[in-house]
Design a protein around this ligand. Structure first.
Ligand code: FAD
Length: 469
Protein backbone atom coordinates (compact mmCIF):
# COMPACT_ATOMS: atom_id res chain seq x y z
CA UNK A 1 0.00 0.00 0.00
CA UNK A 2 1.29 3.49 -0.82
CA UNK A 3 2.89 5.87 1.65
CA UNK A 4 1.78 9.49 1.68
CA UNK A 5 4.68 11.82 2.34
CA UNK A 6 3.33 15.07 3.76
CA UNK A 7 5.73 17.95 3.02
CA UNK A 8 5.68 21.08 5.13
CA UNK A 9 8.84 23.12 5.76
CA UNK A 10 11.11 20.45 4.26
CA UNK A 11 11.35 21.28 0.56
CA UNK A 12 14.11 18.85 -0.41
CA UNK A 13 14.77 15.26 -1.40
CA UNK A 14 18.22 14.76 0.17
CA UNK A 15 18.85 14.15 3.87
CA UNK A 16 15.14 13.58 4.28
CA UNK A 17 14.51 10.76 6.77
CA UNK A 18 10.75 10.65 6.11
CA UNK A 19 11.19 10.36 2.34
CA UNK A 20 13.96 7.82 2.80
CA UNK A 21 11.74 5.70 5.05
CA UNK A 22 8.80 6.05 2.66
CA UNK A 23 10.91 4.91 -0.28
CA UNK A 24 12.20 1.93 1.72
CA UNK A 25 8.75 0.93 2.92
CA UNK A 26 8.13 -0.74 -0.38
CA UNK A 27 4.96 0.60 -1.98
CA UNK A 28 4.54 3.73 -4.08
CA UNK A 29 5.28 7.13 -2.50
CA UNK A 30 2.79 9.97 -2.88
CA UNK A 31 4.33 13.32 -1.93
CA UNK A 32 1.80 15.99 -0.98
CA UNK A 33 1.83 19.58 0.21
CA UNK A 34 -1.29 20.88 1.92
CA UNK A 35 -2.29 24.50 1.89
CA UNK A 36 -3.82 24.75 5.37
CA UNK A 37 -4.66 27.65 7.66
CA UNK A 38 -1.04 27.86 8.83
CA UNK A 39 0.05 28.51 5.26
CA UNK A 40 -2.66 31.13 4.91
CA UNK A 41 -1.41 32.81 8.10
CA UNK A 42 2.12 33.33 6.74
CA UNK A 43 3.40 36.84 6.03
CA UNK A 44 3.53 38.27 2.53
CA UNK A 45 7.18 37.53 1.72
CA UNK A 46 7.36 34.11 3.42
CA UNK A 47 4.30 32.79 1.59
CA UNK A 48 5.58 34.15 -1.73
CA UNK A 49 8.94 32.45 -1.12
CA UNK A 50 7.16 29.24 -0.14
CA UNK A 51 5.32 29.26 -3.46
CA UNK A 52 8.61 29.55 -5.36
CA UNK A 53 10.10 26.74 -3.29
CA UNK A 54 7.15 24.46 -3.97
CA UNK A 55 7.60 25.02 -7.71
CA UNK A 56 11.19 23.82 -7.53
CA UNK A 57 10.34 20.87 -5.31
CA UNK A 58 7.72 19.82 -7.85
CA UNK A 59 10.38 19.93 -10.58
CA UNK A 60 12.78 17.84 -8.49
CA UNK A 61 10.12 15.19 -8.08
CA UNK A 62 9.32 15.28 -11.78
CA UNK A 63 12.99 14.63 -12.59
CA UNK A 64 12.73 11.49 -10.47
CA UNK A 65 9.61 10.32 -12.27
CA UNK A 66 7.46 11.32 -9.31
CA UNK A 67 5.10 14.22 -8.54
CA UNK A 68 4.25 16.70 -5.84
CA UNK A 69 0.50 16.68 -5.24
CA UNK A 70 -1.03 19.93 -4.03
CA UNK A 71 -4.21 20.00 -1.99
CA UNK A 72 -5.91 22.62 0.17
CA UNK A 73 -7.94 22.30 3.36
CA UNK A 74 -7.68 21.06 6.95
CA UNK A 75 -4.82 18.51 6.90
CA UNK A 76 -6.63 15.64 8.60
CA UNK A 77 -9.54 15.88 6.16
CA UNK A 78 -7.25 16.21 3.17
CA UNK A 79 -5.09 13.28 4.23
CA UNK A 80 -8.11 11.07 4.93
CA UNK A 81 -9.45 11.85 1.49
CA UNK A 82 -6.10 11.04 -0.11
CA UNK A 83 -5.93 7.77 1.80
CA UNK A 84 -9.38 6.92 0.51
CA UNK A 85 -8.43 7.78 -3.07
CA UNK A 86 -5.07 6.00 -3.10
CA UNK A 87 -5.47 3.18 -0.60
CA UNK A 88 -2.40 4.42 1.28
CA UNK A 89 -1.46 2.60 4.45
CA UNK A 90 0.91 5.14 5.99
CA UNK A 91 1.47 8.88 6.28
CA UNK A 92 4.97 10.18 7.05
CA UNK A 93 6.21 13.71 7.75
CA UNK A 94 9.08 15.71 9.23
CA UNK A 95 8.48 17.09 12.70
CA UNK A 96 7.83 20.80 13.40
CA UNK A 97 8.26 22.51 16.75
CA UNK A 98 6.19 25.70 16.90
CA UNK A 99 3.02 25.56 18.96
CA UNK A 100 0.53 25.80 16.07
CA UNK A 101 2.23 23.05 14.08
CA UNK A 102 2.64 20.81 17.12
CA UNK A 103 -1.06 21.07 17.92
CA UNK A 104 -2.04 20.38 14.31
CA UNK A 105 0.31 17.43 14.03
CA UNK A 106 -0.94 15.83 17.24
CA UNK A 107 -4.50 16.07 15.97
CA UNK A 108 -3.54 14.59 12.60
CA UNK A 109 -1.50 11.79 14.14
CA UNK A 110 -4.20 10.64 16.52
CA UNK A 111 -6.90 10.93 13.84
CA UNK A 112 -4.94 8.81 11.38
CA UNK A 113 -4.04 6.26 14.04
CA UNK A 114 -7.73 5.98 14.94
CA UNK A 115 -8.29 5.11 11.30
CA UNK A 116 -5.82 2.24 11.70
CA UNK A 117 -3.08 3.87 9.62
CA UNK A 118 0.61 4.13 10.30
CA UNK A 119 1.21 7.82 11.09
CA UNK A 120 4.81 8.69 11.75
CA UNK A 121 6.83 11.87 12.26
CA UNK A 122 10.60 12.03 11.77
CA UNK A 123 13.38 14.18 13.22
CA UNK A 124 15.57 16.20 10.87
CA UNK A 125 14.62 19.89 10.91
CA UNK A 126 16.95 20.13 13.90
CA UNK A 127 20.14 18.35 14.88
CA UNK A 128 19.09 18.02 18.52
CA UNK A 129 15.49 17.32 19.46
CA UNK A 130 14.48 20.06 21.94
CA UNK A 131 13.56 17.58 24.68
CA UNK A 132 16.84 15.68 24.33
CA UNK A 133 18.99 18.46 25.78
CA UNK A 134 18.60 19.06 29.50
CA UNK A 135 20.52 20.46 32.44
CA UNK A 136 21.74 18.27 35.29
CA UNK A 137 18.55 19.22 37.11
CA UNK A 138 16.51 17.86 34.24
CA UNK A 139 15.40 21.31 33.06
CA UNK A 140 15.64 23.03 29.70
CA UNK A 141 18.37 25.56 28.96
CA UNK A 142 17.63 29.27 29.21
CA UNK A 143 21.12 30.48 28.33
CA UNK A 144 22.99 29.79 25.11
CA UNK A 145 26.56 29.05 26.29
CA UNK A 146 25.71 26.09 28.54
CA UNK A 147 23.40 24.82 25.79
CA UNK A 148 26.30 24.96 23.34
CA UNK A 149 28.54 23.10 25.80
CA UNK A 150 25.90 20.43 26.23
CA UNK A 151 25.61 19.69 22.50
CA UNK A 152 28.92 20.57 20.90
CA UNK A 153 30.47 17.12 21.22
CA UNK A 154 27.37 15.15 20.37
CA UNK A 155 27.35 12.92 17.37
CA UNK A 156 25.37 14.61 14.60
CA UNK A 157 23.98 12.01 12.19
CA UNK A 158 25.66 12.08 8.78
CA UNK A 159 23.34 13.48 6.09
CA UNK A 160 21.54 10.77 4.14
CA UNK A 161 21.44 10.60 0.35
CA UNK A 162 18.43 11.16 -1.89
CA UNK A 163 16.67 7.83 -2.52
CA UNK A 164 17.85 6.38 -5.84
CA UNK A 165 14.30 5.59 -6.77
CA UNK A 166 11.02 7.05 -5.58
CA UNK A 167 8.39 4.45 -6.51
CA UNK A 168 5.42 6.06 -8.27
CA UNK A 169 1.82 4.87 -8.09
CA UNK A 170 0.16 3.53 -11.26
CA UNK A 171 -2.41 6.32 -11.05
CA UNK A 172 -1.72 9.71 -9.58
CA UNK A 173 -4.35 11.44 -7.47
CA UNK A 174 -5.48 14.86 -8.75
CA UNK A 175 -3.52 17.93 -7.77
CA UNK A 176 -4.33 21.64 -7.53
CA UNK A 177 -2.29 23.88 -9.84
CA UNK A 178 0.36 25.88 -7.96
CA UNK A 179 -0.36 29.00 -10.04
CA UNK A 180 -3.97 28.93 -9.01
CA UNK A 181 -3.01 29.12 -5.37
CA UNK A 182 -1.52 32.57 -6.11
CA UNK A 183 0.74 32.39 -3.08
CA UNK A 184 2.57 35.48 -4.28
CA UNK A 185 -0.52 37.59 -4.81
CA UNK A 186 0.23 40.00 -1.97
CA UNK A 187 3.87 40.45 -2.92
CA UNK A 188 3.81 43.29 -5.45
CA UNK A 189 7.56 43.72 -5.36
CA UNK A 190 8.24 39.97 -5.58
CA UNK A 191 9.01 39.27 -9.20
CA UNK A 192 10.79 42.52 -10.08
CA UNK A 193 12.60 43.52 -6.93
CA UNK A 194 13.21 40.62 -4.56
CA UNK A 195 13.44 37.71 -7.00
CA UNK A 196 17.05 38.43 -8.11
CA UNK A 197 18.18 38.00 -4.51
CA UNK A 198 16.50 34.64 -4.01
CA UNK A 199 18.44 31.39 -4.26
CA UNK A 200 15.86 28.81 -4.78
CA UNK A 201 15.75 25.14 -3.99
CA UNK A 202 17.95 22.35 -2.85
CA UNK A 203 20.71 22.47 -5.44
CA UNK A 204 21.12 26.25 -5.14
CA UNK A 205 21.34 25.80 -1.38
CA UNK A 206 24.06 23.17 -1.78
CA UNK A 207 25.94 25.48 -4.14
CA UNK A 208 25.63 28.28 -1.60
CA UNK A 209 27.04 26.06 1.14
CA UNK A 210 29.89 24.96 -1.12
CA UNK A 211 30.80 28.55 -2.04
CA UNK A 212 30.65 29.63 1.58
CA UNK A 213 32.94 26.86 2.75
CA UNK A 214 35.44 27.30 -0.06
CA UNK A 215 35.74 31.08 0.00
CA UNK A 216 34.17 32.67 3.09
CA UNK A 217 34.36 30.40 6.10
CA UNK A 218 38.09 31.05 6.64
CA UNK A 219 37.42 34.69 7.54
CA UNK A 220 33.91 34.22 8.90
CA UNK A 221 34.55 35.32 12.46
CA UNK A 222 35.52 38.90 11.62
CA UNK A 223 33.55 39.34 8.41
CA UNK A 224 30.24 38.08 9.75
CA UNK A 225 29.80 41.29 11.68
CA UNK A 226 30.28 43.73 8.81
CA UNK A 227 27.03 44.33 6.89
CA UNK A 228 28.84 45.72 3.83
CA UNK A 229 30.73 42.46 3.40
CA UNK A 230 29.07 39.33 2.09
CA UNK A 231 30.82 37.28 4.75
CA UNK A 232 28.10 34.89 5.91
CA UNK A 233 26.52 31.80 4.38
CA UNK A 234 23.11 33.38 3.58
CA UNK A 235 21.69 29.92 4.16
CA UNK A 236 18.93 31.07 6.51
CA UNK A 237 16.66 31.45 3.48
CA UNK A 238 17.09 27.77 2.62
CA UNK A 239 17.20 26.47 6.18
CA UNK A 240 13.89 28.19 6.90
CA UNK A 241 12.13 26.09 4.26
CA UNK A 242 14.19 22.97 4.73
CA UNK A 243 15.86 23.22 1.32
CA UNK A 244 19.03 22.28 3.18
CA UNK A 245 19.46 20.65 6.59
CA UNK A 246 21.50 21.80 9.56
CA UNK A 247 23.17 18.38 9.41
CA UNK A 248 24.48 19.12 5.92
CA UNK A 249 25.75 22.53 7.09
CA UNK A 250 27.27 21.00 10.23
CA UNK A 251 29.10 18.31 8.26
CA UNK A 252 30.56 20.94 5.90
CA UNK A 253 31.57 23.13 8.85
CA UNK A 254 33.25 20.18 10.57
CA UNK A 255 35.22 19.33 7.44
CA UNK A 256 36.43 22.94 7.21
CA UNK A 257 37.41 22.89 10.87
CA UNK A 258 39.35 19.68 10.36
CA UNK A 259 41.05 21.33 7.37
CA UNK A 260 42.44 23.93 9.74
CA UNK A 261 39.90 26.70 9.13
CA UNK A 262 39.44 27.75 12.74
CA UNK A 263 36.66 30.23 12.00
CA UNK A 264 34.43 27.30 11.09
CA UNK A 265 33.94 26.89 14.83
CA UNK A 266 32.00 30.17 14.91
CA UNK A 267 29.81 28.96 12.05
CA UNK A 268 29.01 25.78 14.00
CA UNK A 269 28.11 27.93 16.99
CA UNK A 270 25.73 29.99 14.86
CA UNK A 271 24.00 26.82 13.67
CA UNK A 272 23.53 25.97 17.32
CA UNK A 273 21.89 29.37 17.93
CA UNK A 274 19.18 28.15 15.57
CA UNK A 275 18.87 24.94 17.59
CA UNK A 276 18.74 26.96 20.79
CA UNK A 277 15.91 29.10 19.41
CA UNK A 278 13.88 25.96 18.72
CA UNK A 279 14.80 24.54 22.12
CA UNK A 280 13.33 27.65 23.74
CA UNK A 281 10.28 27.73 21.48
CA UNK A 282 9.46 24.11 22.17
CA UNK A 283 9.78 24.47 25.94
CA UNK A 284 8.20 27.93 26.13
CA UNK A 285 5.81 28.48 23.21
CA UNK A 286 4.98 31.94 24.61
CA UNK A 287 8.32 33.02 23.12
CA UNK A 288 6.27 33.81 20.03
CA UNK A 289 3.29 35.43 21.67
CA UNK A 290 4.12 37.28 24.90
CA UNK A 291 6.94 38.61 27.03
CA UNK A 292 9.10 35.69 28.03
CA UNK A 293 9.91 37.56 31.23
CA UNK A 294 6.52 38.48 32.59
CA UNK A 295 7.94 41.47 34.50
CA UNK A 296 7.86 43.21 31.14
CA UNK A 297 4.08 43.03 30.90
CA UNK A 298 3.86 46.20 32.98
CA UNK A 299 6.32 48.15 30.83
CA UNK A 300 4.71 51.14 29.04
CA UNK A 301 5.64 50.07 25.53
CA UNK A 302 3.85 51.78 22.68
CA UNK A 303 1.65 49.21 20.93
CA UNK A 304 -0.08 51.62 18.56
CA UNK A 305 0.97 50.79 15.00
CA UNK A 306 -0.38 54.11 13.72
CA UNK A 307 2.06 56.17 15.72
CA UNK A 308 4.26 58.28 13.46
CA UNK A 309 7.42 56.75 14.91
CA UNK A 310 6.29 53.25 13.96
CA UNK A 311 5.39 54.41 10.48
CA UNK A 312 8.78 56.10 10.06
CA UNK A 313 10.53 52.94 11.24
CA UNK A 314 8.63 50.65 8.85
CA UNK A 315 9.20 53.03 5.96
CA UNK A 316 12.90 53.26 6.84
CA UNK A 317 12.84 57.04 7.36
CA UNK A 318 13.85 57.28 11.00
CA UNK A 319 16.79 59.56 10.21
CA UNK A 320 19.16 57.00 11.75
CA UNK A 321 21.16 55.95 8.71
CA UNK A 322 22.21 52.50 9.92
CA UNK A 323 18.65 51.68 10.98
CA UNK A 324 17.13 52.89 7.71
CA UNK A 325 19.76 51.21 5.54
CA UNK A 326 19.11 47.84 7.17
CA UNK A 327 15.33 48.18 6.92
CA UNK A 328 15.64 49.06 3.24
CA UNK A 329 17.92 46.10 2.67
CA UNK A 330 15.18 43.87 4.06
CA UNK A 331 12.42 45.45 1.99
CA UNK A 332 14.38 44.99 -1.23
CA UNK A 333 16.22 41.71 -0.70
CA UNK A 334 13.93 39.92 1.74
CA UNK A 335 16.86 39.45 4.09
CA UNK A 336 18.75 41.57 6.59
CA UNK A 337 22.24 41.24 7.97
CA UNK A 338 22.35 40.02 11.56
CA UNK A 339 24.05 43.22 12.75
CA UNK A 340 21.26 45.21 11.08
CA UNK A 341 18.58 43.04 12.73
CA UNK A 342 20.04 43.76 16.15
CA UNK A 343 20.32 47.49 15.49
CA UNK A 344 16.83 48.04 14.03
CA UNK A 345 15.27 45.94 16.80
CA UNK A 346 17.11 47.79 19.53
CA UNK A 347 16.16 51.16 18.05
CA UNK A 348 12.47 50.23 17.81
CA UNK A 349 12.21 48.72 21.28
CA UNK A 350 14.55 50.99 23.19
CA UNK A 351 14.89 54.38 21.50
CA UNK A 352 11.32 54.41 20.23
CA UNK A 353 9.99 52.36 23.17
CA UNK A 354 7.70 50.36 20.91
CA UNK A 355 6.60 46.81 21.64
CA UNK A 356 8.80 44.14 20.08
CA UNK A 357 5.71 42.47 18.62
CA UNK A 358 5.37 45.34 16.13
CA UNK A 359 8.86 44.68 14.80
CA UNK A 360 8.48 40.93 14.92
CA UNK A 361 5.35 41.13 12.79
CA UNK A 362 6.99 43.48 10.29
CA UNK A 363 9.85 41.01 9.90
CA UNK A 364 7.32 38.22 9.50
CA UNK A 365 5.84 40.10 6.62
CA UNK A 366 9.10 41.05 4.88
CA UNK A 367 11.64 38.26 5.41
CA UNK A 368 12.14 35.43 2.96
CA UNK A 369 14.12 33.65 5.67
CA UNK A 370 11.39 34.07 8.26
CA UNK A 371 11.72 31.44 10.94
CA UNK A 372 9.27 31.20 13.84
CA UNK A 373 11.91 30.38 16.44
CA UNK A 374 14.84 32.59 15.40
CA UNK A 375 12.62 35.60 14.75
CA UNK A 376 10.83 35.37 18.09
CA UNK A 377 14.06 34.77 19.98
CA UNK A 378 15.84 37.58 18.13
CA UNK A 379 13.15 40.11 18.96
CA UNK A 380 12.77 39.19 22.61
CA UNK A 381 16.55 39.04 22.99
CA UNK A 382 16.87 42.53 21.51
CA UNK A 383 14.01 43.96 23.55
CA UNK A 384 15.41 42.56 26.78
CA UNK A 385 12.21 40.65 27.55
CA UNK A 386 13.54 37.26 26.50
CA UNK A 387 15.77 34.55 27.91
CA UNK A 388 19.50 35.00 27.52
CA UNK A 389 18.77 38.64 26.79
CA UNK A 390 21.16 41.45 26.24
CA UNK A 391 20.90 43.22 29.62
CA UNK A 392 17.90 45.51 29.27
CA UNK A 393 19.98 48.55 30.23
CA UNK A 394 22.45 47.95 27.38
CA UNK A 395 21.13 50.15 24.59
CA UNK A 396 22.82 49.89 21.19
CA UNK A 397 23.89 53.32 20.00
CA UNK A 398 22.90 53.42 16.32
CA UNK A 399 25.51 56.10 15.62
CA UNK A 400 28.56 54.55 17.23
CA UNK A 401 27.58 51.21 15.69
CA UNK A 402 28.32 52.88 12.34
CA UNK A 403 31.87 53.70 13.48
CA UNK A 404 32.39 50.12 14.56
CA UNK A 405 30.73 48.16 11.78
CA UNK A 406 30.40 50.47 8.77
CA UNK A 407 33.23 52.92 9.23
CA UNK A 408 33.48 54.04 5.61
CA UNK A 409 29.66 54.01 5.24
CA UNK A 410 29.72 51.51 2.38
CA UNK A 411 26.60 49.77 3.69
CA UNK A 412 24.74 53.00 4.39
CA UNK A 413 25.56 54.44 0.96
CA UNK A 414 24.46 51.21 -0.67
CA UNK A 415 20.94 51.70 0.67
CA UNK A 416 20.31 55.38 1.40
CA UNK A 417 19.80 57.42 -1.79
CA UNK A 418 18.83 60.73 -0.22
CA UNK A 419 21.71 63.20 -0.23
CA UNK A 420 23.86 61.28 -2.71
CA UNK A 421 24.61 62.85 -6.11
CA UNK A 422 24.83 59.52 -7.81
CA UNK A 423 23.02 56.97 -5.70
CA UNK A 424 23.72 53.33 -6.60
CA UNK A 425 21.07 51.03 -8.10
CA UNK A 426 20.49 49.32 -4.77
CA UNK A 427 19.55 52.58 -3.03
CA UNK A 428 17.23 53.54 -5.89
CA UNK A 429 15.63 50.13 -6.03
CA UNK A 430 14.08 50.77 -2.63
CA UNK A 431 12.01 53.54 -4.13
CA UNK A 432 10.86 51.28 -6.95
CA UNK A 433 9.84 48.66 -4.41
CA UNK A 434 7.75 50.74 -2.01
CA UNK A 435 4.07 51.58 -2.52
CA UNK A 436 3.42 55.00 -4.04
CA UNK A 437 1.16 55.86 -1.14
CA UNK A 438 4.24 56.16 1.06
CA UNK A 439 5.07 59.33 -0.87
CA UNK A 440 8.83 59.21 -0.44
CA UNK A 441 11.32 59.95 -3.17
CA UNK A 442 15.12 59.70 -3.47
CA UNK A 443 15.16 63.46 -4.04
CA UNK A 444 13.71 64.19 -0.61
CA UNK A 445 16.00 65.51 2.07
CA UNK A 446 17.14 62.79 4.41
CA UNK A 447 15.20 63.32 7.67
CA UNK A 448 16.63 64.38 11.01
CA UNK A 449 16.50 61.53 13.57
CA UNK A 450 12.99 61.11 14.94
CA UNK A 451 14.60 60.23 18.25
CA UNK A 452 18.27 61.05 18.74
CA UNK A 453 20.82 58.46 19.86
CA UNK A 454 21.58 60.00 23.25
CA UNK A 455 18.11 61.34 23.93
CA UNK A 456 16.46 57.97 23.17
CA UNK A 457 18.92 56.08 25.31
CA UNK A 458 18.25 58.38 28.26
CA UNK A 459 14.50 58.12 27.79
CA UNK A 460 14.69 54.33 27.80
CA UNK A 461 16.95 54.26 30.86
CA UNK A 462 14.59 56.62 32.71
CA UNK A 463 11.67 54.34 31.89
CA UNK A 464 13.60 51.29 33.14
CA UNK A 465 14.48 52.97 36.41
CA UNK A 466 12.66 51.77 39.50
CA UNK A 467 11.31 48.76 37.65
CA UNK A 468 11.76 45.37 39.10
CA UNK A 469 13.47 43.61 36.16
P1 FAD B 1 25.23 32.75 9.01
O1 FAD B 1 26.02 33.76 9.76
O2 FAD B 1 25.83 32.16 7.83
O3 FAD B 1 24.86 31.61 10.08
C1 FAD B 1 24.50 30.28 9.67
C2 FAD B 1 23.15 29.91 10.20
O4 FAD B 1 23.14 29.93 11.63
C3 FAD B 1 22.04 30.85 9.80
O5 FAD B 1 21.56 30.60 8.51
C4 FAD B 1 21.01 30.59 10.88
O6 FAD B 1 20.26 29.43 10.61
C5 FAD B 1 21.86 30.34 12.10
N1 FAD B 1 21.99 31.60 12.86
C6 FAD B 1 22.93 32.56 12.72
N2 FAD B 1 22.72 33.55 13.61
C7 FAD B 1 21.61 33.21 14.31
C8 FAD B 1 20.90 33.82 15.38
N3 FAD B 1 21.27 34.99 15.91
N4 FAD B 1 19.80 33.20 15.84
C9 FAD B 1 19.39 32.01 15.32
N5 FAD B 1 20.04 31.38 14.33
C10 FAD B 1 21.14 31.97 13.83
N6 FAD B 1 17.12 34.18 11.51
C11 FAD B 1 16.31 33.49 10.69
O7 FAD B 1 16.72 32.51 10.09
N7 FAD B 1 15.00 33.88 10.51
C12 FAD B 1 14.48 34.97 11.15
O8 FAD B 1 13.28 35.27 10.99
C13 FAD B 1 15.34 35.73 12.00
N8 FAD B 1 14.89 36.85 12.62
C14 FAD B 1 15.74 37.56 13.44
C15 FAD B 1 15.26 38.71 14.10
C16 FAD B 1 16.10 39.45 14.94
C17 FAD B 1 15.55 40.69 15.64
C18 FAD B 1 17.44 39.04 15.12
C19 FAD B 1 18.36 39.85 16.01
C20 FAD B 1 17.92 37.91 14.48
C21 FAD B 1 17.09 37.14 13.65
N9 FAD B 1 17.56 36.00 12.97
C22 FAD B 1 16.69 35.29 12.16
C23 FAD B 1 18.92 35.47 13.22
C24 FAD B 1 20.02 35.91 12.25
O9 FAD B 1 19.99 37.30 12.05
C25 FAD B 1 19.96 35.19 10.90
O10 FAD B 1 19.83 33.81 11.09
C26 FAD B 1 21.20 35.44 10.06
O11 FAD B 1 21.37 36.83 9.82
C27 FAD B 1 21.08 34.69 8.76
O12 FAD B 1 22.14 34.95 7.88
P2 FAD B 1 23.09 33.80 7.37
O13 FAD B 1 22.28 32.65 6.91
O14 FAD B 1 24.03 34.39 6.42
O15 FAD B 1 23.81 33.39 8.72
Amino acid sequence: RPTILWHRRDLRLSDHPALDAAARRGGPVIPVFIRDNLVDKLGTAPVWRLGLGLGVLGESYAEKGSRLILRAGPPLEVLRKLVEETGAGAVYWMRAYDADSVERDERVKSGLKDDGLEAKSFAGHLMFEPWSVETKQGEFYKVYTPFWRAVKDREVPEPIATPGKIPAPADWPASDALDEWSLGAGMDRGADVVRPYVQLGESAAQARLGAFVSSKIGAYKANRDIPAVDGTSNLSENLALGEITPHQCWAAGMRALNDGKDDAQTFLQELVWREFAYHLLWHTPQLETGNWREEWDAFPWNEDERKSEVIAWKRARTGMAFVDAALREMYVTGRMHNRGRMIVASYLCKHLMCHWKIGKEWFEDCLIDWDPASNAMGWQWSAGSGPDATPYFRVFNPETQVDRFDKDRTFINRWIAEGQNNPPETALSYFEAIPRSWKISPDDDYPEPIVGAKEGRQRALDAYENRDF
